[in-house]
Every structure is written in structure tokens, then in C-alpha cells.
Write a protein that binds this ligand. Structure first.
Ligand SMILES: Cc1cc2nc3c(=O)[nH]c(=O)nc-3n(C[C@H](O)[C@H](O)[C@H](O)COP(=O)(O)OP(=O)(O)OC[C@H]3O[C@@H](n4cnc5c(N)ncnc54)[C@H](O)[C@@H]3O)c2cc1C
Length: 451
């Protein structure tokens, strides 16, 4: 039964119950969860074109997913909506049996099918550019990227499912960023690998995306690809495999800060490992070099090349790819400009023991149990309690959330419960009045039946 009465914004019209920003798998699964809870008055926007949401059909450069083929996610435990069901219906049981890891592009198409099957409409090509308070609502400024048209919508809640860089940016060391743009890229950038044919390429970082980009450069015909790992040998343990059990996924967020920090510092501090296939894809090329114990101590560009110094010696390259992950920096996000300096971080809320310190992770947001932003200084921006975050930035507070397929069936329902709890709580007086006024008889007892 529908249970929400639309609110009226100050300038008339009707407010949304929820605005979902981002139509990647996290935004889609969140919308699905809300629909199942009969919260239907929502809008999903994404600045990307249909099909270009998230990495799958854009900058992801691995042929297959890295997760085991039996992990499910956006289906929220509905068997007919799982990836295997879609794959078997489309390509047959034998094809599914032969799958070792799920094809990356197939995953991208599957996500589009899920959203069409659920009946979710997405407003593509629309970016959120600002969020501000408007009475007891939030006002969100939306920009149509094709026409330049701007409009304001009001919502009781906003979910930011804006991806890995959604609370900051894809990060490169400043000296790499300072190189001419013709000489460097981040692994998440749109790179024209054809132009690297015959080139000498240096990849910084030894995580999965660094290897994927090295593999793409090798396959495009690069003359040589050097991958530089800070560690002597790349990290090959995948802590995300360890944590894939219901207890951890469901309840890490219920633990005390000490435990949440300890677990997630260990997991995110290790960074993600990669499957054997990722390494083999590079190692099969004789012109691939894996250089361990080689952090870059300096890097600069000359007319002719990029010069790189490391404890393992000096190197030159024509082009540099930085596979160095993301950095939290709320101030970089226009939609957060009215509150960025008042969003509490883990560093604000918790001081770990000396041997557990980690400055980068301390910059992750510290979230409420309903995934809402928390104020650094209480009372300055109280309205941020209605902005809920579902992305890798939620990870320090709850363990894998938007950052990982395996967590979705467990964690999306928790996010949805957090949102519906807030909506119900703030309507409690209206519900009480409604109960008192409720007078629909369930049975008819004739007057003469009562002595
Ligand atoms: C290369 C790569 C490979 C990965 N492989 C795996 C894997 O094999 N297994 C696994 O479990 N996980 C994997 N992950 C991790 C995770 O599953 C993905 O990052 C996944 O895309 C997260 O989904 P999402 O919906 O949270 O974010 P995204 O898919 O990134 O979607 C976010 C969306 O928000 C939109 N957006 C951002 N800002 C705005 C704005 N201001 N206004 C409007 N729209 C906006 C973007 O356009 C984007 O479409 C991988 C990640 C990467 C980067």
C-alpha cells in the first residue's frame, strides 16, 4: 500500500520523496529496494548517457569481472533477476556452464536489462550541481548537459550513488598530474590506446586497474610496458574474498568504531587483489616488465619523454598511466559545496592507536547508521542528515557497500530501511492522526445480532 503523502515545496508543485543521483548498479538497486518498500515517488538522474553509467561499458579495461561468477547483487535476492538467470535465458545453460568469469560488457548489458525489467526510468545526461536546504526539504539543482537547461527539484531525501570518485576524485601523485596531459592519464580516464602503438608506457601502481591498463596497452601494440609496484611484489591477497560472509557484510556497521576502523583499515590498506587472469594477460607479453620495490621518487617531462626515478634506478617513458585509485575531497564536488567543510570524517570522529593510523582512510566520511552524512560541527548544516551516501565512500563505516557486487543483496536493504525509517519517523504525527481517523469496518454485524 502506498504510505507516503507528497510534500509541497515552498514554490509549489510536488516534492520527490527521494532523489537518486547515479544510475550505476548502486543507484539502480537502491531504486529497486525503494520500490519494493512502496516508495515510488523518486527520480533517478545520471550525468552519463544510457549505457555509459559506471565503468563497465566505458573505462573498465578487463575482459571479465574480477568477482567469482556466482556473486549476485542488483537482483536483491530475486532469483529471476540474477545474472545467471539473464545469461542462461539469453545464451543457454551450456554457455553459462562454460563461463569462468562474467564478461564485463555482458555485465553492463545485464544492468540495463535489470533496470528495464524492474521498470525504472532514468533521466540520463542530467547532472546534479548543487544541494541546499529548503525548509524541511532539500533543493537540488539539475543541469541538462545537452541543452544547458537548469531546473530545481525538491526532495525529502537524496541518495548519492555517484561512484568511486563521488566524494572526491580519481587521484594521481601531484608530480604525475603536473605532467603535460599528452604524457599522462589516470587509469579511469578515456585513453585512446591506439595512440600508444609503438610507445614505451609506464604504469604506476600494482592494483587490478593498473594491470588492466597495462594489458590494454600491450594488446594495442605498445613497444614496452613497465608496471611499477611500491611493494617488492604486488599484493595478491583479495581481502574482498575473505569478507564475503553474511555476518561481516550485515554487521560490520553495527560494531564499535575501534573494530570498524581496525577491519577496514586492514582491508582498504591492503587494497584489492586481482585474479590470475589479470596477471596472465600482461605476463604473456615478452615486452611486459614488472618492477617491484619501485615507488616513484621523482617524475618530470622533457621535450622527448617522461623521466622517472625510483630506488631501482631511472627509467624513461613516452606515456604514463596512473593506477592510483581515489582520494576523498568533498570540496571538489559541486553538489556538496554548501556543506563540504562540515561533513564529518573518520579523522574527526575517531583517533586510532598509533600503529593503526592511516591518513588517507581518515578522510573517508563518517556516516550515520542510515548511511546519512554527519555534521562535523553540529547545527551548522543539519539538513545533511537527509543526504545518504552509497559508494566506496561508505566503506569505512559499513564495509563493502556500493563498492562491490557481493555486498549489494545484504547492504542495499539496510540503506533502504534507513531511508524509510527516516521518512516514517518524520511523518509520525500524520500517521497517528490517520490511525485515529481510521474507521473502515472489516465485517458487518447486523444490529439485531447483538443481544
Ligand atoms: C574498473 C573497475 C572494475 C571493477 N570490477 C569489479 C568487479 O569485478 N567486481 C566487483 O564487485 N566490483 C568491481 N568494481 C567496483 C564496483 O562494483 C564498481 O565501481 C561499480 O561501478 C560501483 O557501482 P556504483 O553504482 O556505485 O558506481 P558507478 O557504476 O560508478 O555509477 C555512478 C554513476 O553516478 C553518476 N554520477 C556521478 N556524479 C554525478 C553527478 N554529479 N550527477 C549525476 N550523475 C552523477 C556517474 O555518471 C555514474 O554513472 C570495479 C570498479 C572499477 C572502477
Amino acid at each position: 500500500m502506498p504510505w507516503l503523502t507528497p510534500r509541497r515545496p515552498p514554490d509549489g508543485g510536488q516534492a520527490l520523496d527521494v532523489l537518486i543521483v547515479g544510475a550505476g548498479q548502486s543507484g539502480i538497486a537502491t531504486a529497486f529496494g525503494l520500490k519494493r518498500s512502496r516508495v515510488d515517488n523518486f527520480l533517478i538522474v545520471d550525468m552519463a548517457a544510457r549505457g555509459a553509467e559506471g565503468p563497465w561499458l566505458t573505462f573498465a579495461r578487463m575482459p571479465t569481472l574480477r568477482s567469482p561468477k556466482d556473486y549476485t547483487g542488483p537482483d536483491l535476492d530475486i532469483p529471476s533477476l540474477t545474472y545467471p538467470s539473464w545469461h542462461i535465458a539469453r545464451f543457454g545453460q551450456d554457455s553459462w556452464d562454460a563461463v569462468k568469469l562474467i564478461d564485463r560488457e555482458a555485465w553492463g548489458h545485464y544492468l540495463l536489462w535489470v533496470r528495464d525489467t524492474i521498470g525504472l526510468e532514468v533521466e540520463n545526461g542530467t547532472a546534479i550541481t548543487a544541494i541546499a536546504p529548503a525548509g524541511d526539504l532539500l533543493a537540488a539543482d539539475l543541469l541538462n548537459l545537452a541543452t544547458g537547461e537548469r531546473r530545481r527539484v525538491h526532495a525529502r531525501k537524496i541518495v548519492l550513488a555517484t561512484g568511486q570518485d563521488g566524494m572526491g576524485k580519481w587521484w594521481m601523485p601531484p608530480e604525475v598530474e603536473a605532467l603535460p596531459v599528452t604524457r599522462r592519464a589516470h587509469a579511469a580516464d578515456d585513453i585512446d590506446f591506439e595512440t600508444l602503438k609503438g610507445a614505451k608506457v609506464a604504469v604506476l601502481g600494482a592494483g587490478a586497474s593498473a594491470f588492466d591498463n597495462a594489458g590494454a596497452a600491450l594488446e594495442a601494440g605498445a613497444a614496452e610496458v613497465m608496471l611499477f609496484s611500491r611493494r617488492h611484489s604486488p599484493q595478491v591477497i583479495q581481502p574482498y574474498r575473505w569478507l564475503t560472509f553474511k555476518g561481516f557484510l550485515a554487521h560490520l556497521g553495527d560494531l564499535e568504531d575501534e573494530w570498524r576502523w581496525r577491519f577496514m583499515r586492514r582491508i582498504l590498506g591492503l587494497r584489492e587483489g586481482f585474479p590470475q587472469e589479470t596477471y596472465d594477460r600482461c605476463a604473456r607479453h615478452a615486452n611486459f616488465r614488472l618492477i617491484g620495490g619501485a615507488p616513484w621518487t621523482s617524475v618530470s617531462a622533457t621535450e622527448a619523454c617522461v623521466e622517472i626515478s625510483t630506488p631501482k634506478g631511472d627509467f624513461t617513458a613516452d606515456f604514463v598511466i596512473s593506477g592510483t585509485g581515489v582520494e576523498m575531497d568533498f570540496a571538489l564536488r559541486p553538489e556538496l559545496s554548501a556543506c563540504a567543510d562540515n561533513i564529518a570524517t573518520w579523522g574527526d570522529k575517531y583517533t586510532p592507536p598509533k600503529d593503526e593510523r592511516h591518513d588517507r582512510l581518515g578522510r573517508f566520511p563518517y556516516l550515520d547508521p542510515d548511511f546519512a552524512l554527519v555534521e562535523k560541527r553540529a547545527g551548522e548544516t543539519p539538513w545533511i542528515k537527509d543526504i545518504h551516501l552509497f559508494s566506496i565512500a561508505s566503506t569505512m563505516s559499513f564495509g563493502p557497500s556500493g563498492s562491490s557486487i557481493n555486498a549489494m543483496t545484504t547492504v542495499v536493504p539496510k540503506l533502504v530501511l534507513g531511508i524509510t525509517k527516516g521518512l516514517f519517523r518524520s511523518d509520525v504525527e500524520a500517521h497517528w492522526e490517520s490511525l485515529k481517523a481510521y474507521n473502515t469496518p472489516q465485517a458487518i454485524i447486523p444490529d439485531d445480532a447483538v443481544e
